[in-house]
Write a protein that binds this ligand. Sequence first.
Ligand SMILES: [Zn+2]
Ligand SMILES: [Zn+2]
Length: 134
Amino acid sequence: MDNQQSEQLLQRKGLKKTKLRHALIQHFIKTQHAQSYADIKQALMEATDKSTLYRNLTAFEHAGLIHSINDYSGVTKYAFGEAPIQGNEHAHFVCECCETVYCMDGLAPLQLDIPKGFRAKRVQTIIRGICADC
Ligand SMILES: [Zn+2]
Ligand SMILES: [Zn+2]
């Protein structure tokens, strides 16, 4: 994705275009697995302070550009694409060896039988194992 495409993406999501946001989009597309705040900060190497980066990640998440993953490590990870909500479910694979978190897009959606009166907003499936790189 080039700058023009990421610009269109930001525009479509109603987000203001900034250099940092462009860099964030490029980074999420380039990386094949979920990123922690530390991963992102390290990769961008920009003089961006903690709160600015968090604010942008939150804005991205609200806009559906990225989704956050709780892998129970205590460190939130972020991955490109919309959150696995109903109709868009995908599982996450956590490697027990290298601790990398992957979105498993190829998995069939979970068939959830939610009782009447309940409203599912977010589905989180975590698969633990050893990844292809380990
Ligand atoms: Zn691994
Ligand atoms: Zn994911």
